[in-house]
Design a protein around this ligand. Structure first.
Ligand code: PLP
Length: 422
């Protein structure tokens, strides 16, 4: 079924570490190689078709190859693709984001989510004049030094949550607290009073399987950070434009001081965005002393795809429909899991969902108890039956606007069949 993919991977392994450009793609014993993708489907080089719930790990809320986004990008390409000068669309997109996100008065465009969180942390430190920050255990904020401590996503999948090559001195100012635990967070703040610039967290954890906040957790986090003069950074690289148009902050009604966006915000092209209050954002160079720069920052293609996607989402508000589709799938699965008496749980929030091999986790340490080996057996069975999930228990599945009713019905059947066959 995967002859050509196997062959390609053999060659790739000698040319790229692990044969890939990003670790989580290195599925054992080999990943499938994609030829093309359209709507809810992805096609491999051996001619197989899969219903895609990996969706490039989050950016494709409209599905693959959306026509409006494609046409907007094509039109933009006619005028050249990178200039090294400002363009009008930066202003339009910045306006749109500040309209949709009331906590954001100003933005800085970067090229990736990693770059955005790196800049957001530097900004928080520059603004407060303090060194330390707190991250949540198992959260993933990209692949830069100071956040590669108990990092989720590929880092956890491949057993390297604390990366080699990051000197202990570089992460001495990175503190950790468990998710969904207000007392532990208060303790860390208490112990490091006066030294903490910020708390960075994924409002919904999407890189250590899917972990949903307890009722009131985020509101408590806002209260504690406010009382202790700690900046609150919401890393909404996944949840922005995903949980609702205005992201997790709109969905849960909690306003952070700084927000990072990415993934959907680039409409399938690389982007990162740091947003927040004017007094904070103005600390960025050149209006302030916190240096941050990029040759491709605010590039016309990413801005066009991102702006077009955000406009479509604003006009069409597909969120009820996305939630309904996800709930249909999830409730079919819950019935199946219940009937088959499997040690499997299902979780979802809006268009994000996850099949857990074990109990639904509430934090990183409970996520680590999930049976990743069985998840991977399940992954391969799904693939044989035409359904593509992200290839790790520590990732989240995404429903898109392009998934139709037949996709969802077929997926429910395939998953039921695969669970029974395990
Ligand atoms: C994907 C992700 C990032 C990193 O974004 P890149 O564009 O891959 O650099 C940061 N934070 C979260 C929460 C993410 O899911």
């Amino acid at each position: 079924m995967w002859e050509k993919s196997k062959e390609l991977y053999e060659t790739a392994r000698n040319l790229m570490p692990g044969g890939v450009s990003s670790p989580v793609r290195a599925v054992k014993p080999f990943p499938f190689y994609t030829k093309r993708a359209k709507g809810s489907k992805i096609y491999d080089v051996d001619g197989s078709e899969y219903i895609d719930y990996c969706m490039a790990y989050g950016p494709l809320i409209l599905g693959h190859g959306n026509e409006k986004v494609k046409n907007a990008v094509k039109e933009r390409l006619e005028d050249g693709w990178v200039y090294g000068t400002p363009i009008e669309l930066e202003i339009e997109y910045a306006k749109l984001i500040t309209d949709i996100y009331p906590s954001i008065d100003m933005v800085r465009f970067t090229n990736t989510g990693s770059e955005a969180t790196m800049a957001a942390l530097r900004l928080a430190r520059g603004f407060t004049g303090r060194k330390k920050f707190i991250k949540i255990e198992g959260s993933f904020h990209g692949a830069h030094d100071s956040v590669l401590v108990k990092a989720g996503s590929g880092a956890t999948t491949h057993g390297t949550p604390n990366s080699a090559g990051v000197p202990e001195e570089f992460v001495r100012n990175t503190l950790q607290a468990p998710y969904n635990n207000v007392e532990a967070l208060s303790e860390v703040i208490e112990k490091n009073r006066e030294d903490i610039a910020a708390l960075i967290l994924e409002p919904v954890m999407g890189n250590a399987s899917l972990i949903i906040p307890d009722d009131g957790y985020l509101r408590e986090v806002r209260k504690i950070t406010m009382e202790n003069d700690v900046l609150l950074i919401f890393d909404e690289v996944i949840t922005g434009f995903r949980l609702s148009l205005g992201g997790a902050q709109e969905y849960f009604g909690v306003e952070p001081d700084i927000t990072t966006l990415g993934k959907i915000a680039g409409g399938g092209f690389p982007i990162g965005i740091v947003g927040g209050r004017k007094e904070i954002l103005e600390k960025f160079s050149p209006s302030g002393p916190v240096y941050q720069a990029g040759t491709f920052s605010g590039n016309p293609i990413s801005l066009t795809a991102g702006y077009t996607t955000a406009k479509i989402l604003e006009e069409e508000r597909p969120y009820d429909e996305l939630r309904r589709k996800t709930e249909n799938l999830v409730s079919a699965l819950k019935d199946e899991v219940h009937d088959a008496k499997l040690n499997v749980s299902i979780g979802s929030i809006e268009s994000m969902f996850c099949v857990y091999f074990g109990e639904k986790p509430r934090d990183y340490s409970s996520a680590l108890k999930l049976d990743s080996r069985r998840f991977m057996e399940f992954y391969w069975k799904l693939l044989e039956n035409g359904v593509f999930f992200p290839p790790s228990q520590y990732e989240t599945c995404f429903m898109s606007v392009a998934h139709g009713r037949e996709d969802v019905e077929k997926t429910a059947e395939v998953i039921a069949k695969c669970l029974r066959a395990l």
